[in-house]
Write a protein that binds this ligand. Structure first.
Ligand code: AP5
Length: 205
């Protein structure tokens, strides 16, 4: 089952992807996480991507498309995958084939800004928390692996604003792109996570 999770930054794609990954036993492929790992490893791609990411802009298609295509050729993707954060432009979407469902996550802008500005992520296992909505048991410490929780550089107000603009201009056209293919399923995320998980599983039937 090949899935795309589409939606604005901070809507909850990563949070839901981790749940679906466990349920369906297919990997979550977050291009944002992969790029952050490249930065950490100080690779050429990481160095090229960093300034785009920190300022909230998209990494150019020519850097990301082949990188993603190579990743989905790996053995763990044989039974399917969840693309979380890819595609984000029409050329990226055109580079993909054999997609079964596109889940389109919706929330209003106020909710998105609240979610992004309170997000904390584990440096070690990448678990996602929120200081108010989904707080860890001990402040600053991951419940799952005791790793350190940190705030992403692009979760600052200026970069959040830029990411929302970029989403509207470059990624929203994909809604019609996938609607025309009959693949798009809307999921409202203005509700507690349990309800969202249920709605996503129904959409995948
Ligand atoms: P990326 O890492 O993909 O960031 P994003 O799309 O902006 O998405 P986020 O990770 O910010 O949000 P999310 O929807 O996963 O929300 P989450 O589950 O964390 O990309 C970062 C950058 O990398 C891009 O700006 C770009 O530069 C580059 N990049 C990546 N892919 C690229 C590509 N394909 N092409 C070009 N460039 C690319 O949830 C957010 C918060 O809300 C959390 O705190 C969570 O706990 C909380 N929360 C979630 N759901 C709920 C709920 N239902 N109720 C209450 N709180 C909730």
């Amino acid at each position: 089952m090949n899935l795309i999770f589409l939606g604005p930054p901070g809507v909850g794609k990563g949070t839901v992807a981790k749940f679906v990954m466990e349920k369906k036993k297919i990997p979550q492929i977050s291009t944002g996480d992969l790029l952050r790992e490249e930065i950490k490893q100080d690779t050429e791609l990481g160095n090229q991507a960093k300034s785009y990411m920190d300022s909230g802009q998209l990494v150019p298609d020519e850097l990301i498309i082949n990188f993603l295509k190579e990743r989905i050729q790996e053995d763990d993707c044989k039974k399917g995958f969840i693309l979380d954060g890819f595609p984000r432009t029409v050329p990226q979407a055109e580079a993909l084939s054999e997609i079964d469902h596109v889940i389109h996550f919706l929330a209003n802008e106020e909710t998105i800004i609240q979610r992004l500005s309170g997000r904390r992520t584990c440096r070690k296992c990448r678990a996602i928390f929120h200081i108010k909505n989904i707080p860890p048991n001990v402040e600053g410490v991951c419940d799952k692996c005791s790793g350190e929780l940190y705030q992403r550089a692009d979760d600052q107000p200026k970069a959040i604003k830029k990411r929302l603009e970029v989403y509207e201009q470059q990624t929203e056209p994909l809604i019609d792109f996938y609607k025309e293919k009959g693949l798009l399923k809307d999921v409202d995320t203005e509700k507690p996570l349990d309800g969202i998980f249920k709605d996503v599983l129904v959409a995948l039937k």
